[in-house]
Ligand binder design. Sequence first.
Ligand code: PMP
Length: 406
Amino acid sequence: PSRFAATPRGPEDAILGITLAYNADPNPNKVNLGVGAYRDDAGLPVVLEAVRQAEHRILQRSLDMEYLPVAGSHTFLQRAIWLAYGDDVMQRMNGRFAGLQTLSGTGACRMAGELISRFLDIPHRTGKPLILLPDPSWLNHRPIFTDAGCKVASYSYYNPLTKSLDIDACLHSLENAPNASVVLLHACAHNPTGVDPNMDQWAAISNVMLEKSHLPLFDMAYQGFTSGDMDVDAASVRLFAEDGHKIVLAQSFSKNFGLYGQRVGCLSVMTDSEQETQAINSQLKIIARPMYSNPPIAGVRLVEEVLNCDDLQQLWRSEMKSMAHRIISMRSRLRQHLIELGNKHNWDHIVNQHGMFCFSGLSKEQVDTLRERFSVYLTANGRISMAGVTSDNVDYLADAIHHVTS
Ligand code: PMP
């Protein structure tokens, strides 16, 4: 018999399973609002023009395909950190960032977890370091940090009654958490709720975290998707930097460069000295080497090319803006259509929430009915990927939502 014959079958990933079911559905009107990947107004995957041009320029150079160093491209790392923090913080930090190129945002979170579980200095350390996740958070966060050897708990974040941030409960739970915990923060465009703190609320969170000596671990997977502007969307991270936090930052380039399958990401850690930077860099390499040796080269070249060429960078920033604004306009159309249908519920949260997702408030039963009767696919928690809503399906979607909520 096979030595693996007793392997128990595990459950399908809650998000990726939706696409499998969607693909098998013969209904021509079917709508996939499950996965968080941007689509154009025809519902098609997008390769940005800036990325296409970068690809063309790179191809013309006939570059080799040798291994990158274990930590990936140094140029990319510097540009990625700059994109998040901007000139001022970069100047003030004077190069005191450790970090490495990662297998996108997932890999950046995982590497952060591995570093934290091995080396985070915790007073009276008794076992695994604690990482607090917002309630709710991206479904993959818990397994990522648990597998990395951390303990995971939640802090209050979302209020389902108001469909917005419960700032008092949030501050309260951060105050009541053990001192010097790690707190995971979504830098912008919170997944799955679409609810971000405003700047006053970020300032209050930053203050509590300073008082409690909590370590901010920012997950920045959607920079650009809240406002359309890369710098505006980085305001939370930059505020924490101004306030003197030592930030751990996981960046993904999947969404804002449309490089999903290329796996381009970055983990960076603010340090106090060159010596600390070198020590952390040495350990990150020791963690990465036995897992995958070195990161992929193709996607990172594209990002470098776009960020290194002024014309491409400008084009990319404007394309990022149009992606964000297409989603924003679909939010208003969806809400408007529900109002026109005479739906009795309040749908203001569709336009008040930001980024790729709308946390609709639809129940699991309503989500099931949407799928069974209308072939509209979303996650069981009622999260709608607004990136999948188009001029052609927005009215159909509104009709379907109206039907299940009337
Ligand atoms: N963090 C969050 C909050 C996300 O939503 C995602 C993508 N769904 C990621 C990280 C990582 O995605 P990727 O590995 O494709 O960069």
